[in-house]
Design a protein around this ligand. Structure first.
Ligand code: GUN
Length: 297
């Protein structure tokens, strides 16, 4: 048996299309573009690439992008002053402070300074709390994107066994919450879990978010399972090549023989994250203007 490939790239393109149409509608109704402010502290090369892609995607969707770059040695006061200005700027609907921050800055206290209604990353404790009690707020982009792929593939998730591997605040915990809200039976597995292969074997849905290359093996999977691979890991370069291959947390080729459906890396979950960020920003804009959020977002 060969699993269906879940095409996150195509799904993300459709979502971005809908966001683009709804962003144009927003501009007509509000008399301004929806706006996303992205803050980068320091010069981490990967973060620079991410921030650049987010800015481009924002503009491509017909929204305004505001990029703010602070030096690596910026003080907490400087950063908090910027966040404060963005909180009160009516042309800014969403604020994203790119993580990781340099070591001298406390990430949680910076995130806590962002207005929860502009926290399109969904990292603020208020939004984590809203998700936990079932109030509407902002849900972190990667798990929300995974959920969109899962419901597109499976429809109703009621009663399905879901195993989330990884318990981060950014992916594992919110993912488990979303699956629970969809009436799945949810297990969160992590580095201390005993008999991880045995736990994964029960799962109709596996979400792997641990950051360990090709850790999940074919023989761990229940035949027909739906596998969502959040991992993006670069392997060491092969002799004679400059860069190693990108792989997920799941051994894709062998897992494809057992799973019912699986996301590839790259081209699976990755492209969903920015598409959902644009979606969250536009939702923030509609809410900030007191307008009804379009149903297709
Ligand atoms: N760094 C890597 N991914 C993310 C993300 O989704 N949001 C933020 N703010 N920083 C990140």
């Amino acid at each position: 048996m060969t699993a269906t490939r879940i095409d996150g790239k195509a799904f993300a393109a459709q979502l971005r299309d809908r966001v683009g149409k709804d962003a144009a509608e927003f501009e007509t109704r509000a008399g301004r573009k929806a706006g996303l402010a992205v803050v980068l502290v320091g010069e981490d090369p990967a973060s620079q690439v991410y921030v650049g892609s987010k800015g481009k995607a924002t503009v491509a969707a017909g929204m305004a992008s505001f990029e703010h770059k602070l030096p690596a040695d910026a003080s907490a006061e400087d950063l908090l002053a910027l966040v404060d200005r963005l909180n009160s700027d009516p042309s800014v609907d969403g604020i994203l402070v790119q993580l990781p921050l340099p070591g001298h800055l406390d990430e949680q206290s910076i995130i806590s300074a962002i207005s929860p209604d502009k926290d399109v990353d969904g990292f603020h404790v208020i939004n984590a709390g809203r998700l936990s009690v079932g109030q509407s707020g902002f849900v972190p982009c990667t798990p929300l994107g995974c959920m969109m792929l899962l419901t597109d593939r499976l429809g109703d998730l009621s009663g399905l066994e879901a195993v989330v591997i990884g318990r981060s605040n950014i992916v594992g915990k919110p993912m488990a919450q979303l699956l629970l809200d969809a009436n799945a039976t949810v297990t969160i597995a992590h580095s201390r879990t005993k008999d991880l292969p045995g736990v994964v074997k029960r799962a109709d849905i596996v979400v792997a978010a641990v950051g360990r290359p090709e850790m999940v093996k074919a023989e761990w999977l229940k035949p027909g399972a739906t596998v969502i691979d959040v991992g993006i890991n670069r392997l060491p370069p092969e002799p004679g090549t400059e860069k190693g291959r990108l792989v997920g947390d799941v051994a894709f080729d062998e897992a494809s023989e057992i799973a019912g459906a699986i996301t590839p890396v790259p081209g699976g979950v990755g492209p969903m994250t920015i598409a959902v960020l644009l979606r969250n920003t536009l939702v923030a804009a509609y809410r900030n203007e007191g307008l009804d959020v379009p149903e297709d977002l």
